[in-house]
Design a protein around this ligand. Structure first.
Ligand code: ZN
Length: 175
């Protein structure tokens, strides 16, 4: 079965009538029947999130010691597993979105899909483009770094995640 993370994310956004940013990722998880469980995962700080599924019993575990933006990304990532993948348990170790981490990240195609889904869910192309356009028109001399930070705040994602997304969408050029 071929899954398309972009299409799946679009479907979810449409299904729950999400029209603005920041995307209410906790609400979406809850509406999908998942119980969110925030835990510090003491002594295992490398875990960013997990999904446990047993029939109707669905729990998304989130590392509460991580930054809020990162928690949102983790929730979106686990929603991706929930809607795209079969399997009772997913445990996700912390990965950074920088280029160095790419190779280790690229091992399991389901992880690539879940990250792609999370980016599409939290930073829908239409909304990101609209917000970027608004700012580029308003302040023509706005630097790309400032744009990244402003959009990261507007979508409640990390600056790294937003930079990655804007580069992928061709709104900024790779550094
Ligand atoms: Zn995962």
């Amino acid at each position: 079965m071929e899954t398309n993370p972009a299409k799946e994310a679009e479907r979810i956004l449409r299904e729950f009538g999400v029209k603005g940013n920041p995307v209410p990722v906790e609400d979406i998880a809850a509406k999908l029947g998942a119980k969110l469980s925030y835990e510090p995962f003491e002594g295992q700080d490398e875990i960013s999130g997990m999904l446990f599924r047993d029939g109707d019993h669905i729990v998304i575990g989130i590392n509460s010691s991580h930054a809020k933006t990162r928690q949102r990304f983790s929730i979106a990532h686990e929603i991706g597993h929930l809607v795209m993948h079969k399997g009772a348990i997913f445990v996700d170790k912390a990965v950074r979105l920088n280029r160095d981490a790419k190779s280790s990240l690229a091992i399991d195609p389901r992880e690539i899909d879940a990250n792609r889904f999370a980016a599409e869910l939290l930073m829908p192309e239409k909304l990101v483009s609209a917000e970027a356009k608004k700012r580029l028109v308003k302040k023509s001399k706005l630097s790309e770094l400032l744009l990244i930070d402003e959009l990261a705040a507007a979508f409640q994602v990390s600056s790294q995640a937003m930079e990655f997304r804007l580069t992928n969408l061709g709104i900024i050029s790779p550094r």
